[in-house]
Ligand binder design. Structure first.
Ligand code: RB5
Length: 146
């Protein structure tokens, strides 16, 4: 699977580890930066990556900031994005199965690399269940398109 990854400075170290892990799992990774721990603003990474997930440059995206919150809020401003900030494996699986999340966000100041790797693997491998979950997403999309 082709997966787009990005972060701000506070998520940089976690993003680098996730990038390695995804490659170990056999995925193709495109890195949208940032490329160091120098301070930068998360919207500058969130918007280009989010647009490219919607545009199908990659199938999914993973974004990291300090908490995962700011970069999640920013990504969700892009029409068609369903970004989910998940710091446990149950939410990660549910965000795929129930919400068809197309971007996962994580906080580099919240969780360690081990848990982040478990979350990433479950999130990437879980499938949307459709059915009644699809009906709810259609309502969200309808609102977004008003
Ligand atoms: C940066 O200091 C921090 O505010 C940012 O990474 C993120 O946590 C915002 O939600």
């Amino acid at each position: 699977m082709k997966i787009l990854v990005g972060s701000d400075h506070a998520g940089f170290e976690l993003k680098e580890d996730i990038k390695l892990y995804l490659q170990e799992l056999g995925h193709e990774v495109i890195d949208y930066g940032t490329h160091s721990s120098e301070m930068m603003d998360y919207p500058d990474v969130a918007f280009p990556l989010a647009r490219d997930v919607v545009g199908r440059v990659g199938e999914k995206g993973i974004l990291c900031c300090g908490t995962g919150v700011g970069i999640c809020i920013a990504a969700n401003k892009v029409r068609g994005v369903r970004a989910a900030n998940c710091h446990d494996t149950f939410s990660a699986r549910s965000s795929r199965e129930h919400n068809d999340a197309n971007i996962l966000t994580l906080g580099g100041r919240v969780i360690g690399k081990g848990l982040a790797r478990d979350i990433v693997k479950i999130w990437v491998e879980s499938q949307f269940l459709g059915g009644r979950y699809q009906r709810r997403l259609v309502k969200v999309e309808d609102y977004e398109n008003r």
